[in-house]
Design a protein around this ligand. Structure first.
Ligand SMILES: CC(C)(COP(=O)(O)OP(=O)(O)OC[C@H]1O[C@@H](n2cnc3c(N)ncnc32)[C@H](O)[C@@H]1OP(=O)(O)O)[C@@H](O)C(=O)NCCC(=O)NCCS
Length: 429
């Protein structure tokens, strides 16, 4: 067996041998396939990158058929069960789990960078009263590049490290302030006595009390949700971070691009759609009618199905458990009964079984966020905070990868050629 592909170009009869490495061929190897020396070489056409690898990566492994997700080789179930979000962030960024000393140092560094420059507060105050928190987050994380101009020196490892720490530390502050802004409430400064997620809850919900005392079960649920969202290999927002980062711009600008991509309803918005769907169904007895509508193609069962997972999304199981823990604190949500029954019916129904449609990460996350009193506009902000270490791990991998170049795809030009320009005075005469 030879690890190569023999290609015969039926236009010319010429044959080419193209190496296969890691189950891929190099698209540039196709460039030698030409009908004549002065003609362009063969290229591939792949809108949406359905079958194109853009990078080698050692950050996250997914096997969608089997429902496996691993960060740096560790199964997501074990990380969600036994680690903390900051430990996972360390793992993603550094490639290995921290020693006790490294962990304490890392937590200390992140904790002591949660404050933002006072000017950031003024800047955020400038947004309209009804500004979408995700728009505020995108703008304010991008604005951090103006506060840390040295972040442009991306080839210096120490410099990269400090920007990574700053961003992981400050995203909850920016996210919480965006939330408070929309509510017309004063921004709450970080409390460095609290853990990462406890402090986030404090910045979100603290009012006149001297010290905010978050329920540990809620803080834990949020921590687990952040872990589950921390990375997902080359998803749309990570691709945006990498694409912008490939220009060698500073990491704040790259992450702002990632926040922008995540803002889109095809990426970060499905859990809100799940809530709307559950509300529309309204009660358990309406489920059979709804399922019939889905099977007739009138609508989709939101929170089911995934481009990559053709099995139970491993994150969905963990989120379901966390939803139960949260409802223990907040009291149950009637929508939960509908969700549970819907899942039960769908997992047994031939339509869904045949198409390998299983609950995805969004099926239960919206219910948790709602129970934690977040309005739907905040759902993607929470996602962005969780995804930040993943974006940064991928950004760091990109800027240290000698094989990477500025991301600049080819196109198939379909427009006119060599038209003759007529001055507007003549055209409009
Ligand atoms: C996630 C999603 C976009 C993946 O889409 P995809 O990989 O392009 O899959 P397809 O749209 O080709 O679906 C394959 C088949 O399953 C059906 N299907 C897919 N998701 C479905 C859903 N949620 N409800 C009902 N039917 C669904 C399609 O109609 C299609 O059926 P057909 O073969 O009879 O035409 C899709 O499953 C979906 O829209 N899910 C609901 C939204 C959601 O939860 N998104 C969050 C993802 S994390």
């Amino acid at each position: 067996m030879t690890d190569s592909l023999t290609v015969r170009d039926n236009r010319t009869g010429a044959e080419y041998e193209i190496p296969i490495v890691d189950g891929t061929i190099r698209a540039t190897d196709l460039g030698q396939i030409k009908t004549a020396d002065d003609q362009p070489g063969l290229a591939t056409y792949d809108p949406g990158f359905l079958n194109t690898a853009s990078t080698r990566s050692a950050v996250t492994f997914i096997d969608g058929e089997k429902g496996i997700l691993e960060y740096r080789g560790y199964p997501i179930e074990q990380l969600a069960e036994d680690s903390t979000f900051l430990e996972v962030a360390y793992l993603l960024i550094h490639g290995e789990l921290p020693t006790q000393e490294q962990y304490e140092q890392w937590v200390h560094e992140i904790t002591y960078h949660t404050f933002v420059h006072e000017n950031v507060k003024d800047f955020m105050h400038g947004f309209r009263y009804d500004a979408h928190p995700m728009g505020m987050l995108m703008a304010s994380v991008g604005a951090l590049s103006t506060f840390y101009p040295e972040s442009r020196n991306i080839s210096d490892q120490d410099n990269r490290h400090i920007q990574i720490v700053r961003m992981i530390a400050k995203m909850p502050t920016l996210g919480a302030w965006s939330f408070r802004h929309a509510q017309g409430k004063p921004y709450v400064y970080p409390d460095n006595d609290l853990s990462y997620t406890e402090n986030f809850l404090s910045m979100l919900f603290k009012m006149s009390e001297v010290k905010y005392d978050p329920d540990p079960r809620l803080a834990k649920a949020l921590d687990v949700l952040f872990i589950l969202h921390a990375d997902h290999e080359q998803n749309a927002s990570t691709n945006a971070v990498r694409s912008v980062g490939s220009t060698q711009v500073d990491p704040y600008s790259s992450v702002a691009a990632g926040v922008g991509a995540l803002f889109g309803p095809l990426h970060g918005g499905a859990n809100e759609a799940v809530l709307r769907m559950l509300r529309r169904i309204g009660s358990v007895d309406k489920i059979p009618e709804f399922i019939e509508g889905v099977k007739n193609g009138d609508e989709r069962l939101m929170g089911f199905g995934h481009r990559v997972y053709k099995n139970y999304d491993p994150r969905a199981k963990i989120i379901k458990q966390q939803a139960m823990n949260v409802f223990e604190v907040t009291g149950t949500n009637p929508l939960l009964d509908i969700a549970l029954e819907l899942e039960k019916i769908a997992l047994e129904d031939e339509y869904f079984v045949k198409r390998k449609l299983y609950p995805n990460v969004d099926f239960y996350s919206g219910l948790i966020y709602e129970a934690l009193q977040f309005p739907p506009e905040m759902f993607t902000v929470l996602f962005a905070i969780g995804r930040t270490p993943g974006w940064l791990a991928q950004w760091q991998e990109l800027v240290t990868d000698k094989e990477q170049k500025i991301a600049r795809p080819k196109q198939i030009y379909t427009g006119d050629r060599t038209l003759e320009f007529v001055h507007r005075e003549k055209r409009w005469a």
